[in-house]
Design a protein around this ligand. Structure first.
Ligand code: HEC
Ligand code: HEC
Ligand code: HEC
Ligand code: HEC
Ligand code: HEC
Length: 498
């Protein structure tokens, strides 16, 4: 009985024990599975945070269309698409205004005209295509259309070299050069614009900044590589560009190459420096050239242009051989306190942002004043209002000084015109014309720089001071003042970051 009982007892009793054991085992398994799953999830997330790859599609070194890249990287693509936004800031940002003159294409809704804002610009650029059409710049999404529809296209035949900075040309360079982007670059530079434009349908795209296999940043524009090579060989101190200083101190072996030598941090400025720089087209080949052989400062660039005897056009009113400065953001940033402190373009214009637990770079490249929280407050503890006020204080001071320099230049141009009309010889006008060339280039270097002085405020003020002085010296020379000789850049170029 007892046995039976035990048995019976054991029998029905066995089930619960067995169930319990099985239950515990199951729970243990489930718990383990849960822990493993959690661990895997954490590891995966860590992986994602460092290497956010969701390979939905295979990307190759020929995938130009950003929408395809967007399948793997939807958040970056979303930001990229938002570069169509148009919001003005006090001195920057962007804004669309209807454009009616010669263009009737509906896409020719363009940005605010800077010529209408300040008619003195037309006098400065008299005889040049810029006197016909020059506008506020806007987001990356518009770079191809704005270039196609600028009236400067009608004012003068433009070369394929223009596309380097307005289209996704990396694969086109490869195709034109049989795999060699340097060769393709040479081919495209001298093509007529309309023909070169057929090689691309996209503004700057993922493939122009990223290696599709690793997503690392890379340099795809030969003009920038050649420019940095020349800069590295110069004696301009660049403490803010550590890989160049390292190459110099290690005996200048081979050519400096940003793709193999630059730090990851430097690449966050170099990708932008491929386009946001001063340039000219060299010779009949129309080779897109960055004038950095002597260094990155305006004085060294001016001297370079004198050495190669470059003039962009002859001024219609005065006969001076003049130059047009273009968006030297990279050069000016290099002279500022932020570059000196290791703060790169992407830190302010593509700041990190959190999206669903991931830290990504905001691909909505825009004015940082529209995103002060992410762009500035990671480093500065001041309120948004205060930070904005600090920027606008710098900009307003810069703008007033720019206006003084502009008036000084207008006075020199008026005097030169009068002297020319009074029959003075070319020899008698030579000095004053040379001063106009310099006054104008220095002023334009700040005018064309799109931060209104912020990227390097003291340097911008110094340049405008030099410009005012050149205009004054030009006027003195016309009044038969003491001979000035050929003006020279200041003997001691200032050190960046001061
Ligand atoms: C410390 C932050 C910071 C860094 C670093 C920086 N910028 Fe800026 N940038 C600004 C601010 C602030 C403005 C002024 C924006 C405005 O007026 O709306 C500006 C303006 C600009 C503009 C005009 C934008 C507009 O909406 O009008 C361009 C283009 C630009 N920067 C490019 C660059 C490039 C290229 C680099 C690197 C070589 C760079 N910036 C580095 C803060 C920065
Ligand atoms: C392939 C050339 C190219 C590269 C690379 C490039 N830009 Fe630009 N960027 C342009 C052009 C061209 C425009 C003006 C487009 C227009 O006005 O239609 C522009 C406009 C801008 C503007 C003005 C936006 C606005 O809303 O007004 C900012 C800011 C800017 N770029 C910053 C950067 C930064 C930061 C980088 C690097 C991460 C960079 N760019 C890389 C060519 C380039
Ligand atoms: C080295 C790069 C580079 C080259 C080459 C270049 N651009 Fe640009 N372009 C830019 C950048 C950066 C901007 C935005 C900043 C600005 O507008 O100052 C811009 C802005 C523009 C704009 C809009 C603002 C304006 O000026 O009205 C037009 C139009 C334009 N470029 C046309 C051209 C044409 C035409 C050529 C060939 C002669 C050319 N670009 C060559 C970099 C370049
Ligand atoms: C003008 C250059 C430029 C273009 C064009 C560009 N990126 Fe980026 N991208 C950057 C920079 C700068 C970073 C930051 C990289 C770093 O810090 O090493 C970045 C980072 C990334 C990362 C790494 C994760 C992150 O967000 O920091 C991914 C993924 C990425 N970009 C995807 C894209 C895709 C997709 C496109 C096209 C839709 C694109 N990028 C276009 C400059 C660019
Ligand atoms: C990655 C860090 C970092 C970011 C992002 C940054 N800054 Fe700075 N900023 C610095 C450093 C470092 C200095 C140098 C002064 C110092 O060491 O405290 C500086 C200096 C300044 C100064 C003084 C400039 C001068 O000429 O003396 C101003 C104004 C300023 N920042 C504004 C801004 C604004 C506006 C933004 C956003 C658009 C910004 N900063 C983004 C690090 C940063």
């Amino acid at each position: 009985m007892a046995e039976n009982k035990e048995r019976r007892g054991a029998d029905p009793g066995r089930r619960p024990t067995w169930l319990l054991t099985a239950g515990i085992a199951l729970m243990a398994t489930l718990a383990t599975a849960a822990v493993v799953a959690l661990l895997m999830n954490i590891m995966q997330r860590q992986q994602e945070a460092t290497n956010p790859f969701f390979r939905v599609v295979e990307l190759t070194d020929d995938t130009v269309d950003p929408a395809i890249w967007g399948k793997n990287f939807p958040m970056q693509y979303d930001g990229y698409l938002r570069t169509v936004d148009q919001v003005r800031t006090r001195y920057g940002g962007s804004e669309a205004v209807p454009h009616t003159p010669t263009n009737v294409d509906p896409r020719s809704v363009v940005a605010q005209s800077k010529l209408e804002e300040d008619p003195r610009l037309k006098v400065m650029w008299a005889g040049y295509a810029f006197a016909r059409d020059f506008r506020e710049e806007r987001g990356h999404a518009y770079m191809l259309t704005d270039q196609t529809f600028t009236e400067r296209q009608q004012a003068a035949a433009q070369p394929g070299a223009c596309l380097n900075c307005h289209g996704s040309v990396y694969t086109a360079y490869k195709q034109l050069g049989g795999g060699d982007i340097f060769k393709g670059f040479d081919v495209m530079n001298k093509m007529p614009y309309a023909e070169a434009a057929k090689t691309t349908d996209h503004p700057v795209s993922c493939i122009d900044c990223h290696d599709p296999a690793t997503m690392q940043l890379r340099i795809t524009r030969p003009a920038f590589i050649i420019g940095l090579r020349a800069l590295a060989k110069s004696s301009d101190p660049v403490p803010q560009l550590e890989s160049i200083e390292r190459w110099r101190s290690q005996g200048k072996q081979g050519d400096y190459d940003p793709n193999t030598m630059a730090t990851r941090q430097e690449m966050r400025a170099f990708v932008c420096g491929q386009c946001h720089v001063e340039y000219y087209f060299k010779g009949a080949e129309k080779t897109l050239t960055f004038p950095w052989q002597n260094g990155l400062k305006v004085d060294q660039i001016m001297n370079y242009y004198d050495e190669v005897q470059q003039k962009d056009w002859v001024h219609a009113d005065t006969g001076a051989g003049t130059l047009k400065a273009q968006h030297p953001e990279f050069e000016m940033w290099n002279q500022g306190i932020h570059a000196r402190s290791g703060v790169m373009c992407a830190d302010c214009h593509m700041p990190y942002t959190r999206e669903g637990g991931l830290k990504i770079s905001d691909h909505h490249v825009q004015s940082p004043l529209l995103n002060i929280n992410k762009a500035c407050q990671t480093c500065h503890r001041w309120s948004e209002t205060e930070l904005k006020a600090r920027v606008e204080t710098i900009q307003t001071r810069n703008f007033s000084l720019r206006n003084v320099a502009m008036d000084s230049l207008m006075a020199l141009i008026t005097d030169l015109k009068t002297a020319k009309a009074a029959g003075k010889s070319d020899a008698e006008l030579a000095d004053a014309r040379n001063f106009q060339r310099r006054a104008q280039f220095y002023l334009d270097f700040v005018e064309a720089e799109n931060s209104t002085g912020f990227h390097a405020s003291q340097e911008a003020a110094r340049i405008l001071g030099e410009s005012i002085n050149y205009s004054r010296q030009g006027q003195v020379s016309l009044r038969g003042g003491p001979p000035q000789g050929v003006p020279q850049a200041p003997a001691t170029a200032p050190t960046p970051g001061k």
